[in-house]
Design a protein around this ligand. Sequence first.
Ligand code: HEM
Length: 476
Amino acid sequence: MKSGDTHNLMPDSVSPASAPLAALPFPWVPRWQTLLSSLAMARQPIANLNRVHANYGDTVGLHLGGIRPCYSTRDPTLVQHILQKNHRRYLKSDLTHGLIRYIGRGLLTNEGPDWLRQRRLIQPGFHRQRLTGLTHLMQAAAAGWVHELQTRTAAGPAVVDIHEAMTRVAFRVISQATFGASMSDAARDRLSEVLTQIQAFYVRTIRQPYLRPWLQGIGSYQRHQVLSQELQELVRGYIRQRQQAGPGTTPPDDLLQMLLDARYEDTGEPMTEEQLVDEANILLLAGHETSANALSWLFYLLAEHPAVATQVRTELEAAGLLHRPAGFEELARLPYAMQVIQETMRLYPPAWILDRVALEDDEFQGRPIPKGTLFSLYLYGLHRHPTLWPEPDAFRPERFAVGAQPPVPAYAYLPFGGGPRLCIGNHFALTEIQVVLLETLRQFSVAPVAATPVAPVPLITLRPQTGLHLRFERLG
Ligand code: HEM
């Protein structure tokens, strides 16, 4: 795709490694210690980061992989400073920009004036009014999943790999919302497969940088570049097909059409084909694994807490929605269902960590932050902060009720990020999750299969272990 393109959008002079660590005003884990624990950190980053924060405080310096200096923070004030108050001084790091090589330069990976221009152009496509039209696609994907469950439970309760199932549902939703309902199952499966392979490879190169020469030697980079080309061509094919549609055809109400119809305010021009391909790719990437993980954790928690599932059904019944799907406008009448989703994403934020680098010298509460300082905004730790949340590890959806005491602490709950780079698909995702949740609980109960708690696997997103099995049964 963009070979030779700059994958790192930082100016050359800004390198995280260039920050003078000794001058930095937060505590540091001794380097020998991070070196010793680098394998444990790679294998179990959450347990290790929690331990480091418990020992050193809310912001702590450490060497990623024993090599790369970085601050991990779970301090809401610092997180707000970086994402919102002083956002102009921070960019995403090469950890995010590295994706450009495979997925392209779309909203998620772009920076600066280019990003702002694209964001302004695309934002209207995600407005509430537009979501009304997309809800029927979500309903259709939810109906497909419920139909599958009906078949599988026809002879009695069935054990389902929920993460595998939710990945399919979420990909169906985002691919249909982007390209319309015309995509064949085979094309969708291929698209999903290619994206999954690219992502898994990318994570590997980040997690185990010492493998890079070997991966290079065995041709892995080249193979994934070919996959990336295939992704481009698949997406380009859909764009051209749409552009060539005859004048008599009514344009579908999907995200691709929104991207095609959008015009820059200053020039009145549409996006180029390259931009269209990149933005469509980014929507597919950003919009499926995150939602799939949120849905998987949601059903996992409901299986563990049947009383919460019962309360969601009680709410549905009181709203007269137990025997038919809820329409978009009716979802607002189900606040408890939304609290259950919010609490799920507190305990298991699909985007569990965000990266930022200081573009120039900055200051936080009188402490200097030199240009090039790399930050990991540790959302998982923020969401379970022991002094910000009462019983931080407990699943208590009522925390998010209007007027709940204590209120949700400011900038301590950021499943969709914050500031100007807040997730553009947040309402889309919440609607999708609500629709799938309600359609499932209307007809099925869900129970755990294994007695042991499921551990999260933190890759780019926070996944459950492969093979998260739950038991579904038709309600009488
Ligand atoms: C539960 C589901 C989702 C979660 C938890 C989630 C989370 C996030 C987070 C935390 C960010 C900010 C990243 C940063 O600041 O570094 C983000 C950005 C983004 N998300 Fe989502 N997301 C979800 C679903 C979606 C969906 C469904 C779409 C598309 C339909 C989407 C598209 C995007 C895009 C394009 C960006 C980049 C926005 C920008 O920088 O202007 N996301 N998401």
